[in-house]
Design a protein. Sequence first.
Length: 150
Amino acid sequence: MPDIHIRPATAADQDTIRQMVKAEELDPTGLHWSHFLIAENGGEIVGIGQVRPYPKCRELGSLVVKEPYRRQGVGARIIHALLERETGDVYLECLDHNAAYYARFGFERVPWWRTPMPLKLKAGVMGRILRLFGYRLITMRRAKRLDGKT
């Protein structure tokens, strides 16, 4: 496994973040560097991820790992580091075939209409569009436990 270092993004990372998200055709909205963590190997950015803040919820998203570093735990390290900083519920949207992966981090499927706005709107609209192309978008939530632990 490569020597991966996870760090908060800086303003200098903004262009790389945008390029990596665009290359993977992910949601290009809300890509502010201050929400991201960066995975580096020898000074090279090899992965990114963020928790996008909304007024009534937070969404895990924009998770990208460069191809040569996939299936080596880089994405999992980014997710763990991002979730470690969260104190409340965190949502995400993914294609249904990725549900088992995110379940490893405590995420459970929830109906899109039971998510807070604006995720409800985003998931409802995008889910219908993707269905036209044979994809099934699902929403998931990692709930905060009553004892304050996640």
